[in-house]
Design a protein around this ligand. Sequence first.
Ligand SMILES: Cc1cc2nc3c(=O)[nH]c(=O)nc-3n(C[C@H](O)[C@H](O)[C@H](O)COP(=O)(O)OP(=O)(O)OC[C@H]3O[C@@H](n4cnc5c(N)ncnc54)[C@H](O)[C@@H]3O)c2cc1C
Length: 637
Amino acid sequence: MPLDAKIPEGHITEKWDKHRFSLKLVNPANKRKYDVIVVGTGLAGASAAASLAELGYSVKAFCYHDSARRAHSIAAQGGINAAKNYTNEGDSIWRLFYDTVKGGDFRAREANVYRLAQISNNIIDQCTAQGVPFAREYGGLLANRSFGGAQVSRTFYARGQTGQQLLLGAYSALMRQVALGKVQMFPRREMLDLVVADGKAKGIVVRNMIDGRIETHAGHAVLLCTGGYGNVFYLSTNAMASNVTATYRAYKKGAYFANPCFTQIHPTCIPVHGTYQSKLTLMSESLRNDGRVWVPKKAGDQRPPNQIPEEERDYYLERKYPSFGNLVPRDVASRNAKQVCDEGRGVGETGLAVYLDFSDAIQRDGRATIEKKYGNLFAMYEKITADDPYQMPMMIYPAVHYTMGGLWVDYNLMSTVDGLFVLGEANFSDHGANRLGASALMQGLADGYFVIPYTIGGYLAGESWDKVTDDHPAFVETAAGVREGVKALLSINGSRTVDDIHRELGQIMWDYCGMSRNNEGLAKARGMVQALREEFWQNALVPGKNEDLNQSLEKAGRVADFLEFAELMILDALERQESCGGHFNEAFQTEEGEALRDDDHFSYVAAWEFSGDGKDPVLHKEPLEFEHVHLAQRSYK
Ligand SMILES: Cc1cc2nc3c(=O)[nH]c(=O)nc-3n(C[C@H](O)[C@H](O)[C@H](O)COP(=O)(O)OP(=O)(O)OC[C@H]3O[C@@H](n4cnc5c(N)ncnc54)[C@H](O)[C@@H]3O)c2cc1C
């Protein structure tokens, strides 16, 4: 099937306005006749469900948490971007658009990114009206700070709890609609398959996580807002439950998966401490506003940081990138941290860490100012490491954080399955090969509050409003498949824990498909993943039964999907014989060790089509054209 991104005609600045005008409308009185299924109630899902219900649609919202409020979005710390330019620093919609396309290393669709930049300002207005307590300046205006890849301060924040505050805003809007009866909320349900009937997405099959019942739900359209898949690496900054199941199973039902190998490794996380650690902690990028990154100049220097004199320190980001300094984008900062550690200049017990030092900022601005800005992050760091970052530099190292890949969507956020829309981190759009800090919240809320309310109308206006019911054979068949899948997991009866298998998978992915990749390693990893998958199906230990709360069963289903999906990531990485953003193939680098793109051959979105179990997927290419931001080697010098 040819990929049609449905990018509207006209100048980039007018595309979205024109498109909104040309989209068909659903009469307000008819909206209630349409049932919309929203899976996921993080920022993307909660904002979408609330907005669609506000418009009059009948919405059913699902999540696997006990409350919509517990989605992974709540963990977001640093902030959300918008081009308000309150400070007259020279920001504009155009600059945000430019920075995002460049930051993504020219692997995102220009039209989508421009729309995102346009909408960014509406998001701040909407959230402020909801009562989100953004930080303010003395004069009352909302405050901004800087994030990587930009030379203006455009990040709105609520201390280090921006995601929590934004989610509480979206959650309130959602619960208002629940109270009004416009949204039916289904917590503790895990979507285990998509129902495609007569070529269109018509519903989902979920498992009730309390009693194991398999339920079917029908609707005129399905929205997947199920977040990212960083936990394929086992250790990541993501919430423990984040997984790929919903999107992977939709992929198996015909939705193409785009750029699965584009993973973001965040430069500022607390380093790994032990073999049995199951989670990594992010130290927000906002800290790089005031923290200075350094390592000793000499390899193997074991002295404590306060005994290393200034002239023997290498502030390598400031040295190599004088214009952006510590605020280079994440892919660049992460690669440089790895490089200095590979040179033997890493610090701490393992040598896999660099310093993030606040002593200059504390001396300059005073402890009280730093505490006001980052107090909760400093407290979190101290709690985890038992070191006081007011006295000693923090130790940080890159960790898996975000996935730019996701289900392919067109300009309307519709996947290759008619009626299946994908929002937030679950889709591939907008960030190209590297996401800039504070842009995920912006994208999720843009999708949910401001894009889908228009584009879903364009789809539904062409649909009959006859009730969609689950008596179509496709529902029966899909539910039977889900039951079989659960049964298969419970009958493995092996002896190796699912966690242990997952840990091994994560190590393979980190070693061979992580921060730096090469063809030989990727080919080897493919074989290792296949062997591990086989072992899983022969020897995994999945105790308990279906008709109960069974977290081992839940986890086993997710890891089974990760074991298949990991191979798709590897194939994608092997196919892209260039380096770009977070995808760094060692064979393709500049003399200075920066990612070297090959625009002549790889300026496209790689969208993979499932072609059957045990068969290689089929690659489709959506060519990317850059009319407004000229293709160039990225430079942050
Ligand atoms: C520690 C951390 C800090 C971050 N800080 C920032 C920041 O400061 N700024 C920024 O822009 N970005 C930040 N990010 C990224 C950002 O938080 C995420 O990209 C974003 O919140 C994702 O939102 P989402 O709505 O797409 O998905 P999520 O918030 O992950 O929500 C997913 C939802 O889907 C549901 N779900 C998933 N699968 C299923 C299923 N099979 N069945 C039923 N329900 C399902 C879950 O229950 C949940 O409700 C941060 C990320 C991390 C890890």
